[in-house]
Design a protein around this ligand. Structure first.
Ligand SMILES: N[C@@H](CCC(=O)N[C@@H](CS)C(=O)NCC(=O)O)C(=O)O
Length: 85
């Protein structure tokens, strides 16, 4: 099952390192983009339909099997473990 990476569409920003690690380590992933609320900036996740699944109310979030992880550094660590580190 691929690691699902959820992030805003159009920019990579904090999802970039996660995507790069998946690619470099050969971990299958699926990028799922979502739209933030509020235009113009600052974009906020509060009030969006996916807010309930965000552990800390922010993106990126990763989902894999029955695990949902917030915080990009924690996601990197998780992907490292999936890769066998
Ligand atoms: N420390 C967090 C920061 C996450 C963060 O700032 N996410 C921003 C997008 S880059 C966000 O979700 N902003 C919308 C909000 O705060 O509602 C991480 O590294 O994952």
């Amino acid at each position: 099952m691929p690691v699902k990476i959820i992030y805003w569409g159009g920019i990579k920003a904090r999802s970039y390192a996660v995507i790069a690690l998946c690619q470099g380590a050969g971990v299958e992933y699926e990028l799922v983009t979502t739209l933030p609320s509020g235009d113009p900036l600052p974009w906020k996740m509060a009030g969006t339909e996916i807010e309930p699944i965000l552990p800390f109310g922010q993106l990126p979030v990763a989902q894999h099997n029955d695990v949902t992880i917030g915080e990009s550094l924690a996601i990197l660590r998780y992907v490292g473990r999936v890769a066998g580190d």
